[in-house]
Design a protein around this ligand. Sequence first.
Ligand SMILES: [Fe+2]
Length: 288
Amino acid sequence: MHSVRAGRQFALAEVEDVVGQLAESVLRNPQALIGLTRIRQRDHYTFEHSVSVAVFLLAFARYLGFDETTVRALGVGGLLHDIGKTRIPLNILNKPGPLSEDEYLVMREHVNLGCALLDEHGGVGPIAMAVVKEHHERCDGNGYPLRLQGDGISRYGQMAAIVDVYDAITADRAYHHAEVPTRVLGRLLEWSAHHFDQQLVSQFIRCVGIYPVGSLVRLMNGWIGVVVEQGDEDLLHPKVRAVYDTRKRAFMPPQDLDLATPIEGDDYRIEGAVAEERWGISGADYLE
Ligand SMILES: [Fe+2]
């Protein structure tokens, strides 16, 4: 839904693939579904967020080449990562506006509460458990509850932290019309220098596809271009084939731009992703 709203390609095959894995995770772990129902009754936002985090974690884990068992375990961890919120008083959980210092401390307890809840229940493996336990830890030691640092946080916990923040900011956008996902990814990269492993963030961005090949972007100078190659080194500056000039309201002879290298003249920075329907341009038509 976020992709489509941002004007990116809708890849049904990928969705089906991910949902297939999600379904399998849930079927193999009935407790995941029970927990999810419990979350849904109390807090609809957390429910949606849990599903998103699970789906992103499944996709990310598969992108990193993890084996199927690990991929599924991460999916389960994603679904359950905020299960502890079911034990947070509703007046704090659903409070409109910012939390007080004390309320925030209560809110943070959702990590320990979640782990306790799953321990009680049993049957949740160590990988899913790591996701629940470590999704608020940060590489610089400023996370919670254990203030773990760097490699003290498992790979799974680090992945969960990135995905959790990414989904929280993009969802925030739905409520406060903040930023398009592409810009969110850029900021994730900029801001996260101390919070996350940079290589892992880059891999996540590549996995999500910040500017997927074939998608349309609008440049600051008013041109519409088709992404023809994702920047390998420089993810925010792909190669773009400009095809339409919105100022002249006319198609132009296709012009290839490598946004990773400085170009004289106009402002060729990407303003944002745009929808194909809006301009009647099919990106795929311009790929060789
Ligand atoms: Fe959380």
